[in-house]
Write a protein that binds this ligand. Structure first.
Ligand SMILES: Cc1ncc(COP(=O)(O)O)c(C=O)c1O
Length: 421
């Protein structure tokens, strides 16, 4: 069957650049169905739309405030469009390119959205463009130099929210600690919050406990710290943004039930604040991770259990070199799962760089051969969004495959699974 490929029709060069994007318009029910119809040459992201719908609805039903989506986790148009359809009204963005992407897609969908420009360090030109051209009214900052930039560029502080990013003293169980780069300490945050209010902006606080934060208690600690900052500053807080960080489920890093986070947030606000602030959250990973699987092709096999695949650590697999969370995977031959005697393989990516190799040996069916496929679920977050085009390889084509093989297996089907990437 002829393959119908189309570039998403958005008249904006930035959007095409950011998504590098090809989105296939066909919809398949399962991976097997897809492989019956086509044997893709390039890495292909399989988007399980019903899972994203469920994740968005769970967050919106349970979180006691405004849910925004951190676009950086996955800016693919299919993801953003689904979020918009599910009622997502606000987005956390880190750059003008993300702002233009979301506004373009929202405009196409006939929706108005709020954009929170929550990168604490911005150029003055970007602040001005965001405020004047894109109507952005929420920014974050973590030092006085950034406040000076915002004061110079924002003509109307009273309609602009500035969220001071702060860091709590406690350490928590996270995969990446984002607070080594951003976040004022308690004392500096109180002083900065006061300056924000004195300059006439709406004073808010924001934090991020670190990505893949499996400890709900982290949110309690940060909220307690926020209350101390507010008290020390003497300022009436406009909103408290509790960040992203909510964990997704991987093989070696299990997420607590979402309600544990929400309960911890509710209890901490009740315990530490006399007047509860309006709450905002900006999850990325937890919303998208299980909603996408990455299908890659075996392009070469050498003696000694060495295989080369068409994507690697410069593409969708970059987190595998940084985090040790454990991804499952399934092997396919044609449209059938590949089983049988298992052997250990060294798995190389397609580039000429020798670091382009999976960090562990992978047990896979011994008969694995050129032309077979490996499907890696739990690849919705920080995969295509951080993929480079090193050596000319691209990893950013999406297609809808309604069911996730992985979650079907978890539900009791018999497809063989080997795990542990
Ligand atoms: C400011 C900010 N908000 C939200 C997120 C999303 O975090 P996560 O994907 O861990 O939920 C990030 C991630 O880097 C971030 O920097």
């Amino acid at each position: 069957m002829a393959l119908f490929l189309t570039v998403l029709e958005v008249d904006n060069e930035l959007i095409k650049t950011l998504t590098q994007g090809r989105v296939m318009t066909a919809i398949y029910t399962t991976t097997s169905h897809l492989l019956q119809q086509q044997q893709p040459e390039l890495p292909l992201y399989l988007f399980h739309r019903p899972l994203l719908e469920g994740n968005v609805q769970r967050f919106m039903a349970g979180f006691p405030g405004l849910v925004t989506y951190a676009v950086k986790a996955n800016p693919n148009p299919m993801i953003i469009q689904t979020m918009l359809e599910q009622g997502m009204q606000a987005f956390d963005v880190a750059s003008l390119a993300e702002i233009e992407l979301v506004q373009g897609l929202a405009w196409q969908a006939g929706k108005r959205v709020a954009l929170h420009y929550h990168n604490p360090i911005k150029t003055e030109a970007a602040i001005a463009k965001a405020w004047f051209d894109h109507g952005v009214r929420c920014f974050s900052l973590d030092d006085e130099l950034e406040l000076e930039k915002l004061k110079r560029q924002v003509p109307n502080p009273s309609e602009t929210e500035l969220s001071v990013r702060f860091v709590a003293p406690e350490k928590h169980d996270v995969q990446l600690d984002l607070n080594s780069k951003f976040g004022a300490n308690e004392t500096d945050a109180a002083a900065l919050l006061r300056l924000v209010a004195e300059a006439g902006f709406k004073p808010s606080l924001t934090f991020h406990p670190g990505t893949q934060c499996t400890e709900a208690k982290a949110y309690s600690d940060f909220i307690a710290c926020a209350a101390r900052i507010v008290k020390a500053s003497g300022v009436e807080l406009h909103r408290l943004n509790v960040g992203g960080g909510f964990a997704a489920n991987y093989l070696h890093s299990q997420a607590p039930d979402l309600n544990n986070y929400f309960d911890a947030i509710n209890s901490a606000v009740a315990e530490h604040f006399d007047v509860a602030p309006q709450l905002v959250c900006e999850p990325g990973r937890a919303l998208v991770n299980d909603t996408v699987s990455l299908l890659v092709k075996v392009i070469h096999r050498r003696k000694g259990g060495q295989v080369f695949i068409n994507d690697g650590v410069y593409g969708g697999f970059s987190e595998m070199n940084i985090c040790n969370m454990g991804w499952p995977y399934l092997c396919w031959r044609g449209d059938q799962p590949l089983a049988g005697q298992v052997a250990d393989f060294t798995v190389y990516g397609p580039t000429c760089d020798s670091v382009d190799v999976m960090p562990h040996h992978l047990p896979m069916p011994e008969q694995l051969a050129v032309g077979d496929y490996i499907e890696v679920p739990l690849m919705g977050a920080y995969s295509s969004s951080v993929a480079t085009q090193f050596n000319g390889f691209q990893s950013n084509t999406y297609v809808q495959v309604t069911q996730s093989s992985y979650l079907t297996i978890e539900d009791g089907a018999t497809m063989p699974k080997v795990s542990g990437l």
